[in-house]
Structure formats: structure tokens, C-alpha cells
Write a protein that binds this ligand. Sequence first.
Ligand SMILES: Cc1cc2nc3c(=O)[nH]c(=O)nc-3n(C[C@H](O)[C@H](O)[C@H](O)COP(=O)(O)O)c2cc1C
Length: 140
Amino acid sequence: MELLQIIYTSRATVSLDRKALLNMVAGAGRKNRALGITGLLYCAQEAYLQVLEGDEKAVLILYADILRDDRHDDIRTVVIRPIEARDFANWSMGLLDTMTEPIDLADVLNRGHDRIGVWNSAKWQTIVNTFRAELETVEP
Ligand SMILES: Cc1cc2nc3c(=O)[nH]c(=O)nc-3n(C[C@H](O)[C@H](O)[C@H](O)COP(=O)(O)O)c2cc1C
């Protein structure tokens, strides 16, 4: 099985309160489990960063659905890369809406040169590792 990881950022078009956000993530988690997809959703300042990983075809099909979701727009695919192992193997969709050291999405987005096609980005791996370490402090 080819494992693919996609990372994108987007802007929320509707501001979801925490309950609505948890609800969406619960639904996403159920569907992701069924599809064998794992990942992270980071939500801050009305913006999202999501990591999706799993079987290449399943991830691309889900991503096509997510791209059409009108709860967000200005979707930027920042990383698409084949991976050897999952970064979020234990999370069907880990949610981070607070961080001890918040990651500034504006800063992440300013890495414009890191958009699509960065197959070996050490920088992106560092960001992913930061998210995973944070997730490990909040959820099993
Ligand atoms: C920021 C954001 C992230 C999302 N992440 C996921 C996800 O990881 N998995 C998922 O199934 N749906 C996710 N969704 C919802 C999908 O866009 C879509 O509504 C859902 O997959 C539809 O599923 P259904 O038609 O099978 O009910 C997300 C939506 C938004 C706005």
C-alpha cells in the first residue's frame, strides 16, 4: 500500500464554536477510521491546518470532498508526499485548538516556497513533529 500524506491550510468561512468543532471532528474521525485515514486538525485564529495520511487513493478521494466543503476556503495544499510511516498513527483525527506554544499559521503560510512538491522537507517534518508532540500531551 502506498502511504500518502497531504497537508493543507485553509480559512474558516463559518466560525464553529467548540461544540460544533468537536462535532465535526467526531464525524470526521468516524469516517477516517472507516477509510483507514489518520491525521491532525489544527484550528487557530479562524484558520485550519490539517494533515491527512493513509492509502493514497483513500486520502485523495477524501481530500476532494474536503476541498468542496464550504465551511472553509482559501485552501492551500502545502505538502503532498509519499511517506514510509504515519506521523499520526494513533489519531483518526487528532484535534488541536490550543497549544502550549501556538504555531502561527500566518508564519507557516509565509513559507510560500514550501508549497506543493516538497517531497523531503525537513522543515515540514519539524512542524509535524511539533504537532504530534503536542497532541501526545492532550489525547491518548
Ligand atoms: C477543515 C475541515 C476538515 C475536515 N476533515 C475531515 C476529515 O478528516 N475526514 C472527514 O471525513 N471529513 C472531514 N471534513 C468534512 C468533509 O469536508 C465532508 O463534509 C465529509 O467528509 C462528508 O462526509 P459524508 O458525506 O460521508 O457525510 C472536514 C471539513 C472541514 C471544513
